[in-house]
Each structure stands twice: as structure tokens, then as C-alpha cells.
Design a binder for this molecule. Structure first.
Ligand code: WT7
Length: 656
């Protein structure tokens, strides 16, 4: 959100204080900040009692920057804290998931008891396929219960899941499988989107052509599409999992055992394998879920409308909610599968109480009109959350009024794949909320906004968001690349974790996020690097050079705009430019993912560069956002800018 807009909004001085009724029942009480602040490490150690330990830890934090160990001498099994404990303590009959299919009318109810049986069966099947402790297993799945059975079964064996979002291309999947040397893949024949089946297994087959170390592929039959089959390597889920025993004795592993890897975009073309370990991550996922979402496991019906292919799904569909033993909605489809009222049908049908989604989705729902949710009874909702990008105040207010009935607190939660769990957010019932502000660091977390020199800024000033103390769910490293881990996060401001986000403190010291300060773009809450998209573009035979920027976009937050120069081969010079642009957009979609498809591609004879040959992205962003251009005197050829601006004016943007 542009800073000027925030300024204007701050002047309106809107603030919502918690209602007395909510506060009286809230999980978090105002004293929590002081309790945690007095001795954060000791406080986190108390929170670790939310987990089911085999050996109770006596150690809390060992910190040797950038390496943290939390609760290191404890042992546990992650899946026991998520599943077994609920069964053994008599809660097995509670619904863990109301699974709602893409197609209306298809659903499944999975109790904790059933979840336990399924996780055990899946674990036994994985053992039969040869999975052992420490193996990496790629999970490339639609939003079906088997995806969660697989994740929990993998960690139950001390193996490490690397869930790859089902929207990623075969090439993106393959490079992730190779990077962490996965030996197994769990997938499905296909996925349903608005009733249409799209293939997943075919992408796995394609990816595995370059991954010789994968020995087994476990395939769920979901869409009944035809698939190719490699005998000996490929196994149907229904053949192998369903005949297994539903008893599996869990082994206890040390607290710092790697739990999962999640790839995310950094500032280079190569995605980073962020890895998290067991007990610290689980402790913070469970604690934040309890305090920020105020969950009451006996009565709430929670819906985190995210995909398990992203960190939000890991922390707030799988680990945080399951440790708390809540009932959730797990939805396979898109917001408009079956019609634009689908979400409201689901919420009113299951009497959902808590909804957590991304600003980009809120803006889409907003575009479809308030008349649609108005038709439904949404009074079961009592808390709303957002995550993924700065939320513009208009969307926040729309969400509060039209979905939350002006009664539900909104938690704007700031965090990252790397932080593992929420770090900054209001606490419902405790702190007030402001439309567009993440407000402050949670109990036990220390953040600051600092200037270029690393000094904290005053109220009313902007700078960079940093985390000043280690936290339990923090990234433990980039898979296979310790140097990159240090350089990316710990070298910019010595002693502090650099998040890569710009932020501002308002006059009261409350926190407003301003978006990334590096070459990372945020497209509909999905993280992509400019270089990653440039890399894909120059991989096309017609492209000589490409420069990509994230330009602000009303619906998707940012959208990709690419400036491309062409190689002058006879074939492409003759091609109709509109057709070539479409070809390039499709090329990026198939190389990375449809989410990475540029909104616009501008073919230009040249790119603006500094005298030292660096592409001037800031300037291109100004061009893409139709802003007046700042200082261009360092350009080698200032006329290039005028030319590009001219091209932009005549270029009609496409609409998908
Ligand atoms: C980046 C992390 C955390 C799960 C989803 C995204 C942006 C995230 C907010 C928020 C403003 C936000 C930041 C961050 N971001 N939440 N509430 N307000 N910006 O995880 O893909 O790792 O992306 O998303 O820029 O650095 P991710």
C-alpha cells in the first residue's frame, strides 16, 4: 500500500476496541504481554507444555546466531501431539475435519479417531515402500484429506515432508525434488477446479525424468483421469494404504529433528528450501493459534481458507489447529466453485465461527458484491483473520462490515514461511485493531522497525522490520545452503533477523507493513521473485533480455509486469507481437506456475540501465504504475524511458 494512502487513513484515526463480552471470554488476557515479556524464553518453555512429550525438555533455548535450538533435550513425536493425544484423552469422537469437495454435495467427516487410523495406515504403507527417518518426501496434492494423512504419517516416521503447491509446474516440482533429494513422492491422479480435472500425476511423471533417486510414487485416485504408470515405482493409495493395519507405534524423536521443508522465493532465480524443526515450531504454531484465533476446541468450527501447499496451511490447517484439537473445515475448491456464493454456503452450512484468508481473496469477494454474502446467515462467525500481504483499509472495512457483521474482531497477522508462525498481530479481546495495521509483536516476540543504520525509528517513522530475539518457530536454515541462510537474513543488520519488509510505526507505535523492500513480489499473497520470472522469460528462444517488476494491482496486490527485448531471429520478427506476448505468458506459466504469468509483457527495443549496466527496476516500476519518473540522470540512455512509457500507453493489458 503506498505510504501516502496510509497517511490519509491514519488521519481518520479509526480504531476498534475489543468488546467487553469478547474480552471476558478471550483466551488471552492483557497480562499476557507482561508475563511473556518478563522472561520470554521461560514463557515459551511453559507454552511447550501444549505438546505431548516423551521426554520432557530441561533445556529451553541455545542460541548461537544464526543457529537456534529450542527444547533440545526433549523428545516427542509430532503426530502424537496432533492426533493420538486426542484419542487417548477421550476426544476421538470430535470432528477434526469437515472436508468439503469442489463439487457441491460431496463431503466427508473425519473424526480424530478416524484421523488416527488413517495416519497409522499411511505410516505403515510408507514403511512398506521403504521410508525411513530423515528421508525427504515430496507431497504434490490437491486439498483432500489424504494430503493431511500423508503429512502426518511422514513426520510420524521422522521423515521430512516437502509439500509443493499443486499449481506449480512439472519443472518447478522437479527442481524442488532434486534440491532436497526427495526419494518419494505422494500425489494424486489429478485435482478438481470448478468441476474440471487437471492432471497432477502427469506433472510428476514429467518431473521425475530428471529425478532418478525417486524410488516410489504413491498416487491417490481423485479424478479418475487416465494416468501413465511406471510398474514398480508407482503405487495406488487404495491398493497399498487401505490394506494396512491401523495400529502404528510412534517413535520419539529429538526436539530439533527436521519436520519439513517449504520452498519459497527469494531474490534469486532459485527458490530456497526453508526448513523447520519439530518442537519449537509446533509450540509456536499451537500457542499462536490458541491466542490469536481465540479457539475454543469444543465449540468452534474453524476455517483457514488456504492451501496446504503454503506455510499458512502447514501452521494453521495442520499443526496449530490439530494440536489444539479443534474442528475445521477443509475445502478442496475455489471461492467460486459452484457459484460465487460458495463460501457463504459453506460458512452458513457448517456454522463456521472463525475464518482466516488473504486480502486478495477479500478483494475478489468484494468485487463480486456484498449482495452475495448478504443472502446468507453468517452470524456464526465470531473472528476473522487475514494474512499474506498488507491489507488495504477499504478491504479490511468491507470484511469487518459485510462478513463480520461489525461484530467480529479482525486479526491482521504478519509472518513468513521463515518465521513459521505468526509474529505480529492484534490479540482479540486484548488489543484494539486498526484497519490495515498488524499492530504489534505477539507475547514472547521482539520486533523493531529500524533505519538504514539499524537504529530503531521513532513513532511516526518508517524503516525495515527486524526481529531482535530468536523465536521458537524460526527458520533453522536453507536446505543445503548455510551461507545463503546467514547472508539473506542475518547480515544486513548484525544480530537481527532481516525480514525483507518495509514497515512504519504510527504515532502510537503500532505497526503497519508496507510490502517488500527486496526483489520479492507478492502476487495474490503468493511469493515470487523478479529474477525467477526473468529467468523463465530468457529461457524462451525469442527473448534476449527481460526485466520484471511487481506493479500494484487493485485485486492481486501486486501484478507482474515484464519488459522484454527480443532476439531478432527471422521467425520471431515476423510473428505478430500480440501472439508472441501470449506465447511468452504461457511459457512463464508452464515453467513456473500460472500464478507467475505476467499481467503484461511489454516488448521494447532496449531496457533502461545505469552506467554500470544494472537494470533500473525502480524506474520500470514507476513506468508500470504510471507514476511520474524521478531522477533518470544516471541512465545511459534516458530516451529509453520515454520510449517504454510510450509503449505502455498503447499496450492493452490482458484480463486473466
Ligand atoms: C511475506 C511472506 C505468512 C503466510 C503467507 C505468506 C507478506 C505476510 C502479511 C501481513 C503485510 C504480509 C510480507 C512477508 N505478508 N503477511 N499480515 N501484512 N504483509 O508467507 O509466502 O513466506 O510471504 O508476505 O511481505 O514478508 P510468505
Amino acid at each position: 500500500m503506498p505510504e501516502a494512502k496510509i497517511e490519509a487513513w491514519l488521519e481518520e484515526d479509526r480504531e476498534f476496541t475489543p468488546s467487553a463480552a469478547f474480552s471476558a471470554q478471550a483466551n488471552a488476557q492483557p497480562s499476557i504481554y507482561e508475563e511473556a515479556g518478563a522472561d520470554p524464553v521461560a514463557w515459551w518453555r511453559e507454552q511447550a507444555d501444549r505438546l505431548t512429550w516423551t521426554t520432557t525438555p530441561t533445556k529451553s533455548l541455545e542460541w548461537d546466531l544464526p543457529n537456534a535450538k529450542w527444547f533440545a533435550d526433549g523428545t516427542l513425536n509430532a503426530s502424537v501431539s496432533c492426533v493420538d493425544v486426542h484419542v487417548s484423552e477421550g476426544r476421538g469422537g470430535r470432528v477434526a475435519f469437515h472436508w468439503v469437495a469442489d463439487a457441491e454435495g460431496e463431503s466427508r467427516t473425519i473424526t480424530y479417531h478416524e484421523l488416527h487410523r488413517q495416519v497409522c495406515r499411511t505410516a505403515n504403507a510408507l514403511i512398506e515402500l521403504g521410508v525411513t527417518k530423515g528421508d525427504r518426501i515430496a507431497v504434490y496434492m490437491p486439498m483432500i484429506p489424504e494430503a493431511i494423512f500423508a503429512m502426518l504419517a511422514i513426520v510420524r516416521l521422522g521423515a521430512i515432508h516437502s509439500v509443493v503447491f499443486g499449481g506449480f509446474s512439472a519443472e518447478a516440482l522437479g527442481s524442488r525434488i532434486l534440491d532436497s533429494n526427495c526419494r518419494f513422492v505422494v500425489t494424486a491422479d489429478g485435482a478438481f477446479r470448478r468441476g474440471t480435472a487437471s492432471p497432477l500425476k502427469a506433472a510428476v511423471d514429467e518431473a521425475l525424468k530428471s529425478c532418478p533417486n525417486v524410488s516410489a510414487v504413491l498416487v491417490v485416485k481423485r479424478t479418475e483421469s487416465d494416468v501413465e504408470w511406471v510398474p514398480g515405482r508407482d503405487h495406488w493409495w487404495h491398493d497399498i494404504v487401505e490394506r494396512q493395519s491401523d495400529v502404528h507405534e510412534p517413535e520419539a524423536f529429538p526436539a530439533e529433528t527436521p519436520l519439513f521443508i517449504m520452498y519459497t522465493s527469494g531474490t534469486t532465480a532459485k527458490p530456497k528450501g526453508i526448513f523447520h524443526t519439530t518442537a519449537g515450531y509446533l509450540t509456536q504454531a499451537a500457542t499462536t493459534y490458541y491466542n490469536v484465533f481465540d479457539v475454543k476446541p469444543e465449540t468452534d468450527v474453524c476455517w483457514t481458507a488456504a492451501d496446504i501447499g503454503w506455510i499458512t496451511g502447514h501452521s494453521y490447517i495442520v499443526y496449530g489447529p490439530l494440536i489444539n484439537g479443534v474442528t475445521q473445515i477443509l475445502y478442496e475448491g475455489l471461492p467460486d466453485s459452484g457459484g460465487r456464493d460458495r463460501w457463504w454456503k459453506i460458512i452458513s452450512g457448517y456454522k463456521a465461527t472463525i475464518l482466516y484468508t488473504a486480502p486478495t481473496t477479500i478483494r475478489t469477494l468484494m468485487k463480486w458484491g456484498h449482495q452475495i454474502p448478504e443472502e446468507y446467515d453468517l452470524t456464526s462467525l465470531r473472528l476473522l483473520g487475514t494474512v499474506g500481504e498488507p491489507i488495504n483499509p477499504e478491504a479490511w472495512m468491507w470484511y469487518r462490515k459485510n462478513i463480520g457483521g461489525d461484530r467480529c474482531p479482525i486479526v491482521d497477522t504478519w509472518w513468513q514461511t521463515e518465521t513459521g508462525a505468526i509474529l505480529c498481530s492484534p490479540l482479540p479481546g486484548v488489543t484494539s485493531t486498526k484497519p490495515g495495521a498488524a499492530m504489534r509483536a505477539l507475547p514472547g516476540i521482539s520486533t523493531a522497525v529500524v533505519d538504514d543504520a539499524g537504529n530503531p525509528v521513532g513513532h511516526g517513522e518508517g524503516g525495515y522490520l527486524v526481529v531482535t530475539q530468536p523465536w521458537p518457530a524460526m527458520i533453522r536454515g536453507i536446505w543445503g545452503d548455510p551461507d545463503r541462510f546467514f547472508d539473506t537474513y542475518w547480515s544486513r543488520f548484525p544480530g537481527k533477523y532481516f525480514a525483507g519488509d518495509g514497515a512504519k510505526l504510527d504515532a502510537e507505535g503500532d505497526l503497519w507493513l508496507l510490502g517488500r523492500v527486496d526483489d520479492v513480489m507478492n502476487i495474490s499473497g503468493h511469493r515470487l521473485s523478479t529474477t525467477e520470472v526473468e529467468h523463465a522469460l530468457v529461457g524462451h528462444r525469442a527473448v534476449a533480455e527481460a526485466a520484471v517488476v511487481g506493479a500494484s494491482d487493485e485485486t492481486t496486490g501486486q501484478a507482474i509486469v515484464a519488459f522484454v527485448t527480443l532476439k531478432l531471429s527471422a521467425e520471431d520478427a515476423e510473428k505478430d507481437h500480440a501472439a508472441l506476448i501470449e506465447e511468452l505468458r504461457a511459457h512463464v506459466a508452464s515453467t513456473i506456475s500460472p500464478i507467475a504469468k505476467p499481467r503484461e509483457i511489454i516488448l521494447t527495443p532496449d531496457l533502461p540501465k545505469t552506467r554500470s549496466g544494472k537494470i533500473m527496476r525502480r524506474l520500470l516500476r514507476d513506468v508500470a504504475e504510471n507514476r511520474s519518473l524521478g531522477d533518470v540522470t544516471t541512465l545511459t540512455d534516458p530516451t529509453v524511458v520515454n520510449m517504454i512509457t510510450g509503449l505502455m500507453d498503447t499496450h492493452a493489458s490482458s484480463d486473466d
